[in-house]
Design a protein around this ligand. Structure first.
Ligand code: ZN
Length: 281
């Protein structure tokens, strides 16, 4: 699943390419991808101009504006497991798994026409129109702070709220937003913490190492344009390359680069969990 570095990579690309464009039409062939309903989505976005692209955790936030009244509304995109957001010129051949296309036009920019294509092989992702500021704020309240926004004390406070394994807490979007399976595994490895350690038993020193480790793996993920070991692609269809730099994620059976022990895989909360039994005790 795309995590903070993947979604941030796309966000930066979108911000460069589609801001200022007007949404002139929407095509779709799968109703469930458009929320609250295809009709409400289309009525909400058509005729509006894209004013900016933001992000909260793994959620992409498109700010759209009525060109006359300047009233702001939003549409949100969650890529879930297999979603892709592609920016194409209208004459580019069709991409696989595309079920929604937003047709964009610009007055003074070049190119004058673009398509924002939403590809979703497994149909778990969605695009959602949100008309009101209050409704938008309510949705964002469901997400915790991002790791970059936390200091050590605030992070410790979040850790103290649960006895759950630290890895599960890291992936709980209500507590901390943006971390998924790949970066949780790699950050715990860097911080030398066993993924099953109860969150509230971490020492101040461990918490501090872990927060730094999360920042380190996120920065690395961003540097390599995200991890494309599975579905994730950038907006022109290119792959990121963080998968060539995984530390323990997906590395079961290989030797730990730090201590030489063999990396193990266990299941935790139904997800593949990778760690080094030598240096993550
Ligand atoms: Zn090791």
């Amino acid at each position: 699943m795309p995590e903070l570095p993947e979604v941030e990579t796309i966000r930066r690309q979108l911000e460069r390419e589609i801001v200022g464009f007007k949404i002139v039409d929407v095509w779709y062939d799968r109703e469930k991808l458009l929320r609250p309903s295809p009709r409400e989505f289309i009525d909400g976005v058509v005729g509006k101009t894209i004013a900016g692209v933001g992000r909260r955790g793994k959620l992409l936030i498109f700010k759209i504006q009525n060109p006359k009244s300047k009233i702001q509304s939003y549409f949100l995109v969650h890529l879930r497991l297999s979603g892709r957001i592609l920016v194409r010129s209208p004459n580019t051949p069709p991409d696989d798994y595309v079920h929604v296309i937003l047709k964009l036009k610009a007055k003074s920019q070049k190119p004058k026409a673009l398509e924002l294509r939403f590809a979703e092989a497994r149909l778990f992702g969605y695009m959602q129109y949100v008309g009101g500021q209050k409704e938008f704020d309510e949705i964002l309240k469901k997400y915790g702070p991002e790791p970059f926004e936390l200091d050590e004390g605030q992070f410790l406070e979040i850790l103290s709220t649960t006895r759950k394994p630290i890895k599960l807490l890291l992936m709980d979007q209500k507590k901390i937003a943006g971390i998924g399976n790949i970066y949780a595994n790699d950050a715990l490895f860097l911080a030398k913490i066993h993924p099953q350690t109860p969150a509230n038993t971490l020492s101040r020193d461990q918490a501090s190492r872990l927060l730094k480790a999360i920042e380190t793996v996120f920065k690395e993920g961003l540097k390599y344009g995200g991890a494309s070991d599975q579905w994730y692609r950038q907006v022109h269809g290119e792959k990121g390359s963080y998968q060539e730099h995984f530390k323990v994620y997906g590395q079961a059976g290989k030797k730990c680069e730090r201590c030489g022990a063999v990396i193990k895989r266990i299941e935790l909360g139904g997800r593949g969990t990778f760690y080094c039994p030598g240096c993550q005790k």
